[in-house]
Design a protein around this ligand. Structure first.
Ligand code: ZN
Length: 258
């Protein structure tokens, strides 16, 4: 069985300092390709560089809503340069995080940056990798208003079934499931992962973040995709081989990796 980690930050210090080992451990578990989103203008170069050094690494370029303090007005221009010059698989990660802020000014800033980047994705005909917390209805409203038709992934999905179905049916998105699924108490999430169409799911670690249940290391890594897949195998009725192959196809299709 082969797997893609549809969301990992291999350029972050904890992983980049030991990258050969991280990639070898992943390969040993059948995790052979990696989607690495950027988060600020500062790490666009590092993410791009990684993708040139390893053909198994697919870069995405975007400005993350949790790093508003780091973004400057000209960073959109830097992002545009990267979108023009290089071939990312998506604009990401971008989105809205209303969990980290209740402040209406901060929310408005996030919203403005998100809309700008959604427009860019549409303009460059690229899918998006979305980071969304406590803002799914706002994000869905933005997608609708801009008539976003490029699809993408809602990473670390955690919302209602109705919202899940809207992302899938109205906007052709895949939903990313990761380490949270391995926790027994995540009953709502497990119910979603077991009942949504297999064609709408992708796997991710969000490494080095998002710890799995009983994880011994202080950081998460792409090799753990195999443990997340194991949980999904237990939750669903299709065969392991069918699930693994469909998950691979889902990521390839929505990020047009072929
Ligand atoms: Zn991330």
């Amino acid at each position: 069985m082969r797997f893609i980690d549809s969301h990992c930050h291999l350029d972050f210090d904890q992983l980049s300092s030991i990258l050969p080992q991280v990639l070898a451990d992943a390969t040993a578990q059948g995790v052979t390709e990696f989607v690495v989103p950027s988060v600020t203008a500062k790490n666009l170069a590092a993410v791009n560089q990684l993708s040139h050094e390893h053909c198994s690494i697919h870069p995405a370029f975007g400005l993350h809503p949790c790093f508003m303090h780091a973004h400057q007005p000209n960073h959109i221009d830097i992002l545009i340069t990267y979108l023009e010059k290089f071939q990312p698989c998506a604009v990401g990660e971008i989105g809205l995080d209303f969990f980290i802020t209740q402040d209406s000014v901060h929310k408005a800033d996030q919203l403005q940056l998100f809309k700008q980047q959604l427009s860019l994705a549409k303009q460059f005909s690229l899918p998006v990798i979305l980071h969304v917390r406590k803002a799914h209805d706002d994000v869905l409203q933005c997608l609708k208003k801009i008539k976003f038709d490029q699809g993408g992934i809602v990473h670390a999905f955690n919302a209602s079934k109705v919202q899940a179905e809207r992302y899938i049916n109205e906007f052709n998105f895949k939903l990313g499931f990761g380490g949270a699924l391995t926790h027994q108490r995540a009953t709502k999430l497990r119910e979603l992962a077991s009942s949504l169409p297999l064609e709408s799911l992708v796997l991710e670690t969000d490494a080095p973040d998002m710890p799995l249940v009983n994880m011994l290391e202080s950081y998460n890594q792409p090799a753990n995709i195999s443990l997340i897949a194991q949980t999904l195998f237990e939750l669903r009725k299709e065969s392991k081989e069918k699930i693994a192959e469909q998950l691979w196809l889902n990521t390839y299709e929505c990020l047009r990796l072929a």
